[in-house]
Design a protein around this ligand. Sequence first.
Ligand code: M6R
Length: 598
Amino acid sequence: MCGVFGIIFQKERSDLGQILLEAAKRLTYRGYDSVGVATVSKDGSCELRKDVGTVEEVNAKYKFHELSGFKGIAQLRWATFGVPMQKNAQPHYDCDKDMVGAHNGNIVNTIELKKMFVQEGHTVRGDNDGEMVVHAIEKYYDEFGNMDTAIRKGAEILKGDYACVITRIDDDKMYCVKQGSSLYLGIGDGFVCASSDLPSIIPLTKRIVPLKDGEYVEFTFDRYEIRHIESGEKINRVPQVMDISAEAATKAGYPHFMLKEIYEQPERIHALLEYLKFDTNLMKYVNTLAKSRYTYLVGSGTSYHACVIGSYFFARMASKAVFPCEAGRFLENFGSTLSKEDTIVLVSQSGETKDAINILNACEGKAKILSLVNVVGSTIMMRSSLNIPLCCDLEISVPATKTFMNQILTFYYLAAKMSEESEYMEITKRLPELVKQSLELATSQIEELLQDDIDFSDMYVLGYGITHGLALEGALKIKEVVYNHCEGMYSSEFKHGPLSIVKEGYPIVFVTHDSQARMILSHINEVTCRNGLAIAVTNESSEIESNVHKVIRYPDCHAILPPFLGLPALQLFAYYLAVKMGNDPDLPRNLSKTITVD
Ligand code: M6R
């Protein structure tokens, strides 16, 4: 995944470079291998500066903030085609430098295209797929003399999923294309911009036009025209005002977005509960699930772990068997078994994850498709028949935190609605306060634990029943930001092989609740009698506490609530350990927030 941003004003702006720099910083979570900006001035000159490194590093060298102009493009790269080096950084010029553009996504026929362009006499400067987008549009511009035809014909030869922003140096227009990767338009006072994601637009304007796959836009500083790529037909779509605070795009005094987003959880839980109370589609959603023959909860990474917990909620609270499945595995495993009586619930923070979009593409019309998505206007949200928004505002840190909390809360709420037990709904009222207490309790205990001389370079996180998905999520969070080996597992499974890793002082975290004591004590003792170091994340339980070496306590709660109250301890453990190791938890190496590739 990469991030691209383009903006056009009426007049020359001395702060254009600064605006592009700010936008690039806000898209950093999408890619941090290389960065570049291009600015165009009314006198027909264009300045292109780009290189390998983070936004800060490249800006220190090339002074983006000093650039002026009336339109410009910024791009952040997460390398797929072409090693990170200056010639592969984006934006790219066409052959004669009268067009400049950048993309986000993956052009899978890059090698063939490069060969063809070279044979046709194009000046291809690098190996990056974004450069092929520019040459493809240039090829048809040279043939037909207008950008509309060039974009539409270019799209025919570009294979893969992408979004791009491109402009000619000699006019007052800009163009963007959405073909499988995210793209939004922002309509401001005296400018129009296009971006891969909302964090770079929201501080400038809240008037957003979400775009759909297969659409392109011609825009100037005061108008935009959306058209179908295939038919060329014009599409009328007015901007929506997004209820997202500009504050969400800042760290608000926290050292990292991850910590800020962890601490926002009580407030986000409250926002979601308020939304669900008045959601007019909620019972339609619940009834679709209740009547479904087979129901699959499907997501990737953290979103998949929410599905694992969701499946427990439906079984325990509503006696409804539903199956969690990793998005990347779903089609291979269940694709051939689907019928119209089945329901797939796609779960995603971004609403753009390729593994999930593949399911949309393959299963539309074959099964009912519902979704839980955070990013309003995203592909999954727009294409599913019913959606519940996660109400988390922007989540900027690469590790998902608050969106996981609200994913499991949405499953809990749906299961509670499906169940006959009124107690389940009743206890949600105390949830924001309980999570707040859990955060407060966890902070000091984690700080204390990390002062001990424990080697966490290799470890396990085990959970049982309702805490299994939580253990998986805790382990993912730790490995994602700490860069250690950390495996999450069902605690009964540990003795079937992995137990052999245990030696003196080997750390194993048990995520549990006093209601699980009878079973979990056996699992704990299998480890401690081999001199392993057992750490429990639990509510108050003298039995569990007396059998482990270290305890991280969360507030006392109903046996169905541990996923909500045990989560802050694991998130904070990952966060503080990463910081202790000198890692930047917001931008873990090799990762990107939204994975739009296979
Ligand atoms: O946007 P999505 O929820 O679809 O993303 C899925 C995963 O890529 C994501 O949860 C990833 O595992 C997170 N970075 C984990 O913190």
